[in-house]
Write a protein that binds this ligand. Structure first.
Ligand code: FE2
Length: 203
């Protein structure tokens, strides 16, 4: 697993490159199965920010399968833990009483599908793993992260939008309160997204 750390304006932001071909192929097949079975597309809900895409209404992490276990153990747990540590540093004395809880979903972008500007209000941080990507036209299928701290735009140092072309195997992780969107795709693209919250541990 390769990690590139970047400072996103004054905010920590990370990009990993992973190579989990069996797991991503399992997810791609799962998406096809769900779609063929007529599984409800939550992108059709009015409040959903995904437009024209296919987003099966299911928490992927609830599926009992060796590939899902592998994704939880080898991707979600270490990456989330590392990002969590970078966020909390030594801020909270009670951190040992908290545990991370995740939920995950898949989004298939067909040509013309996009994601409106939004934040993930109820989460701490969000990670987006590109598991499939056909060649896109310039500027298509880009993840845009917008700097919410407008006071930091002075002299153009922290330009307000970071535009990211994610390749297959890339995982981007950022605080869930950063406003973000995806520009319309010109070709197919599939992402696996997970959100993380920290909750008190109960014995
Ligand atoms: Fe999002």
């Amino acid at each position: 697993m390769k990690l590139e750390k970047e400072i996103l304006w004054p905010i920590d932001f990370r990009k990993y490159s992973v190579d989990f071909l069996d797991e991503s192929q399992y997810l791609i097949n799962l998406l096809v199965e769900l779609k063929d079975s007529g599984w409800y597309n939550s992108a059709e809900k009015n409040f959903n920010t995904t437009v024209k895409g296919y987003q099966p209404d299911i928490d992927i992490l609830k599926i009992d399968h060796p590939c899902i276990n592998s994704i939880k153990e080898k991707i979600i747990a270490p990456i989330s833990q590392e990002f969590w540590q970078s966020l909390i540093k030594d801020k909270f004395e009670t951190k040992e009483d908290l545990e991370l809880v995740h939920k995950a979903w898949l989004v298939e972008y067909s040509p013309g599908a996009y994601q409106n500007l939004h934040v993930h209000k109820t989460s701490l941080f969000t990670a987006v793993w590109t598991i499939y990507r056909e060649e896109q036209e310039k500027g298509a299928g880009q993840l845009h992260l917008h700097n919410p701290i407008i006071e930091s735009w002075t002299l153009g140092f922290y330009q307000e939008t970071k535009k990211i072309d994610s390749m297959e195997g890339d995982i981007l992780i950022f605080p869930a309160w950063i406003p973000h969107n995806v520009t319309p795709c010109s070709a197919k693209r599939i992402v696996f997204v997970w959100d993380t919250i920290a909750v008190p541990k109960y014995a």
